[in-house]
Design a protein around this ligand. Structure first.
Ligand SMILES: [Cu+2]
Length: 165
C-alpha cells in the first residue's frame, strides 16, 4: 500500500517536473508523429496532425524524413502562397534528414515541401504560435497605480473619516 502510494506520487512528481520543463524550455514536436515528414496517405494528414495541438513560443518542430524519400522544408509567407503551394525563394532545408525549427514568436507560420508534387499531395500545414500563459518569459505586469493617486485616495478617505467623526 505504502509503496503503491509512493510510486504514484513519484509519477506525479515526474509529471509535474516534466510540465514545468515544458513551460520553461518548450516542447519538441515530431512533425507527423511516427509517420514523419513524408508524402502522406491522405492530403489532410498534416493539418489533422496539428489539429489537437497548441503551439507555444519556445516549442520546436522537428522534421524527420525517411532516408528513402527526398524532401525539403520551406516557409511560404502568405496564406495565398501556402494555398497555391508557391515555392518561396529560400528553403529552410534542402537535403538534411532532420531539421529542427524553433517557434520563436507568436504568429501564424506556413510550412510546405517544395519537391515535386509533394505539397499538393499534402506535405503542407500551418501552425498558430501563441505566448505560453504559464511562461516565466512573460513581460512584467504593468506598474502599480502612481503614488499621486493613492495619496489622493488617502486624503479623500481621511476627509471622509473626519466628516464621520
Ligand atoms: Cu517532399
Amino acid at each position: 500500500m505504502a509503496t503503491k502510494l509512493m510510486s504514484w506520487s513519484s509519477i506525479a512528481c515526474v509529471f509535474l517536473v516534466g510540465a514545468l520543463l515544458q513551460v520553461v524550455y518548450g516542447f519538441d514536436y515530431d512533425v507527423g508523429g511516427d509517420f514523419g515528414w513524408n508524402v502522406p496517405p491522405i492530403p489532410t494528414f498534416f493539418s489533422d496532425w496539428t489539429h489537437n495541438k497548441t503551439f507555444f513560443v519556445g516549442d520546436k518542430l522537428v522534421f524527420q524524413s525517411n532516408s528513402s524519400e527526398f524532401h525539403d522544408v520551406a516557409e511560404p509567407e502568405s496564406q495565398t502562397d501556402f494555398d497555391g503551394c508557391v515555392k518561396p525563394g529560400i528553403s529552410l532545408s534542402t537535403s538534411s534528414a532532420m531539421l529542427s525549427v524553433l517557434l520563436d514568436s507568436p504568429r501564424r507560420r506556413y510550412f510546405i515541401c517544395t519537391i515535386g508534387n509533394h505539397c499538393n499531395a499534402g506535405m503542407k500545414f500551418t501552425v498558430d504560435v501563441f505566448v505560453n500563459p504559464n511562461s516565466a518569459l512573460l513581460p512584467p505586469p504593468p506598474p502599480p497605480p502612481s503614488s499621486a493617486s493613492s495619496l489622493r485616495f488617502g486624503a479623500v478617505s481621511a476627509a471622509a473619516m473626519t466628516g464621520l467623526l
